[in-house]
Design a protein around this ligand. Structure first.
Ligand SMILES: [Zn+2]
Length: 73
């Protein structure tokens, strides 16, 4: 498993996450109006808070350490 790069701030995302489709669609429309399908947790939570939605509903996390990202055993 590797870290993804946020398409908004272009930082590596150490903690991936998944949320219900309706939550993702709302946040993506605000945070990534043009292109891209990856947000880091910081950009996601910021946009979710601006929208005043319960972005924490059914959220799941997928942490990826540096060592895992680099594939080091
Ligand atoms: Zn970001």
């Amino acid at each position: 498993m590797t870290r993804e790069v946020c398409k908004r701030c272009f930082r590596e995302s150490a903690v991936g996450f998944s949320v219900p489709d309706d939550v993702w669609a709302a946040v993506k429309a605000r945070a990534l109006p043009h292109a891209g399908n990856v947000l880091c947790l910081a950009c996601f939570t910021e946009a979710g808070d601006e929208l005043r939605i319960k972005w924490d509903r059914d959220i799941q996390f997928w942490p990826v350490s540096r060592v895992t990202h680099e594939g080091v055993m």
